[in-house]
Design a protein around this ligand. Structure first.
Ligand code: DON
Length: 591
């Protein structure tokens, strides 16, 4: 056929087409962006929030803003962390707390890193079988490790924040100044966002039986509505006492007496003596590398760092990049790493102040090499052959993480919790303080699963003054020149460790930015039950068929996991890139 148009015109069309593309590109969602090919394959993400100086990523925009205001006034990341943690106790009461505990990882700009352990301690009156009835069965309901007055460990949050501030604060802010934003939020109130009214209403059944909790959180049964201004006057008064008398007030002053009296009236375990004896501890972080990048994470009494590093060490021996980010091959290998590390967690881990925990062995690269030899590419292992145990399901969960980087480059990664959503559900009379149910993180009956379906061993049995094993995993990853690359952490019970794992491999292996790495769909396996949990819409049908064909079990109930909050430092500019998890309502704020 004869050409109707001469060749040059075809080029002209091509040119016109290209010009059009460039003209409209800025308004197209797939317009030119500096993202790697692999990341583009995963999913669209909004850009991380950018700031030249400091950044706070938390699950509450109000709390993030409180932190940034401390940074702007010359405070460092630790000063800001104290204010953010206290503010979250007001604005995110499901997990932010005075009545719970957690872990704060601090990395100073000169590279020194430390870990503040303010995990709850078991009351002196507790003992190995404290949650068992006469027949040796787990007590259910009131009296159990999950709800009511007997479920609480001695809270560590106030002592932990005090220790962090004393040793690593800038000195520009005193304790009372950092308590003030939280006191004001509690006294003057704030407008209730939708997610909080929803989560409070969901507590109806749990809280109605505790008059003080019903008053504070259920508006005496009338419930709160989106947009209401919510005040917590008793909590505000507790903050005012903490300002006036200092942090020890919580452990020795009127607040302590009110807590102890309420506990006594209601057959709780916790006493004034327990409060007086609480100690926060500074610990040496665990350090390792993943493909040459330094990883610094939380040591016992959290299992987070050790399990994370064991999994990273196993995965380091595989070329994940070429398998593809959402491939069945990568999911298979991650599952096999999770299965092995969680089996070790169950067998070996507990409070290292009380029992021997072979952390060095767990995070040894040669051990990972041996573990890898048991993994077959074409076939899933079974958890029964990796080690024996008894499966059960999962339950709801709440904890919260925030990450802060200041203008000087100091960083904080803090995860703290009441354990379950709204902890033990009990507010201590006259204090506004909601207590934790962290005692359930012990193996209340070793070998029997806890609220997260986790099997745990003798090493994590209850004992007076012992700290329950945790999964919280606040973590830093450094660039090869030793500067901070990113910091991240998440809630989610046992899924915490796997969330952090996947954020790290998404960034290191697949070159995602912090927001993409947090957004990408996740999977979870915890040895027992022997199943892969995945997220709604998070796995293609043929990927799940490929996993099933290898012998993996997939959960029948996909569910979202985690609420990661991370900050990455942009390499060339030093800009702080903040990212909050799209699975919840948080927002990073920077300046
Ligand atoms: O310390 C732990 O591992 C648990 N108490 C954490 C609970 C949790 O993350 C619930 N959150 N979503």
């Amino acid at each position: 056929m004869k050409r109707l148009l001469p060749m040059p015109s075809k080029h002209l069309f091509a040119r016109l087409f290209l010009i059009c593309v460039f003209l409209v590109a800025p308004v197209l969602p797939f317009g030119p962006r500096e993202v790697s090919h692999e990341a583009m394959v995963v999913a669209a993400s909004r850009e991380p929030v950018r700031a030249a100086h400091g950044m706070v990523a938390s699950t509450s925009k109000i709390a993030s803003t409180v932190g940034v205001s401390v940074l702007k006034r010359g405070g460092n990341a630790v000063d800001a962390a104290v204010a953010v943690a206290l503010a979250l106790a007001v604005t995110y009461p499901a997990a932010g707390n005075l009545g719970g505990g957690g872990f704060m990882m601090i990395r100073l700009r000169d590279g020194r890193a430390t870990a503040i352990d303010y995990r709850e301690m078991a009351p002196a009156a507790s003992h190995r079988n404290v949650y068992l009835d006469r027949d040796g069965n787990l007590v259910k309901g009131e009296g159990s490790s999950t709800i009511g007055y007997r479920a609480s460990g001695v809270p560590g949050t106030v002592a932990g924040l005090e220790l962090a501030l004393k040793k690593y604060g800038s000195g520009k802010f005193n304790w009372a100044q950092l308590v003030e934003p939280a006191r004001r939020l509690a006294a003057e109130g704030f407008q209730l966002p939708y997610n909080l009214t929803r989560s409070l209403r969901a507590q109806r059944e749990n809280m109605e039986r505790y008059p003080e909790s019903k008053k504070v959180y259920l508006n005496n049964g009338k419930f709160f509505n989106e947009g209401d201004v919510w005040r917590q006057p008793e909590l505000a008064a507790t903050f005012a006492r903490l300002q006036r008398f200092g942090p020890r007030e919580f452990y020795e002053g009127q607040t302590a007496r009110l807590i102890a009296e309420d506990m006594k009236r209601n057959n709780g375990l916790l006493t004034l003596e327990d409060l007086k004896n609480y100690v926060a501890k500074e610990r040496v972080p665990l350090r390792s590398t993943y493909r040459g990048y330094e990883v610094v994470s939380m040591p016992p009494p959290s299992s987070g760092g050790a399990v994370l590093i064991e999994m990273l060490n196993i995965l380091e021996g595989f070329d994940l990049l070429h398998m593809g980010v959402a491939s069945s091959e990568r999911y298979h290998l991650m599952t096999e790493a999770m299965r092995r590390a969680f089996a070790d967690r169950a067998e070996y881990m507990g409070d290292a102040d009380f029992v021997k925990v072979p952390v060095a062995g767990m995070i040894d690269k040669a051990y990972a090499e041996r573990q890898r030899r048991g993994i077959k590419m074409e076939r899933a292992s079974t958890s029964a052959e990796v080690r024996a145990g008894r499966p059960t399901g999962y339950e709801s969960e709440e904890t919260t993480h925030f990450t802060i980087v200041d203008a000087a480059g100091n960083a904080v990664a803090n995860t703290y919790t009441l354990n379950d959503s709204y902890g033990s559900k009990v507010v201590m009379r006259g204090t506004g303080v909601l207590m934790n149910d962290e005692m359930d993180d012990f193996a209340a009956k070793p070998g029997t699963p806890n609220a997260y379906g986790l099997i745990q061993g003798e090493r994590n049995a209850v004992a007076p003054r012992k700290r329950p094993l945790s999964a919280m995993t606040p973590t830093f990853v450094m660039r090869k020149d030793g500067t901070l690359w990113f910091a991240v952490g998440s809630p989610g019970g046992p899924t915490i460790i796997n969330t952090v794992l996947q954020v790290i491999t998404n960034i290191v292996d697949f070159d995602m930015n912090i927001q993409q790495a947090i957004d990408a769909p996740r999977i979870h396996h915890q040895w027992l039950p022997d199943e892969i949990v995945y997220e709604p819409y998070g796995m293609s049908a043929d990927t799940s068929r490929a996993l099933t064909a290898r012998g993996h079990q997939l959960t029948e109930k996909p569910r979202y996991m985690g609420d990661a909050q991370g900050i990455m430092i942009e390499e060339k500019t030093g800009v702080r890139l903040g990212a909050s998890d799209p699975r919840n309502f948080g927002e990073p704020v920077g300046y």
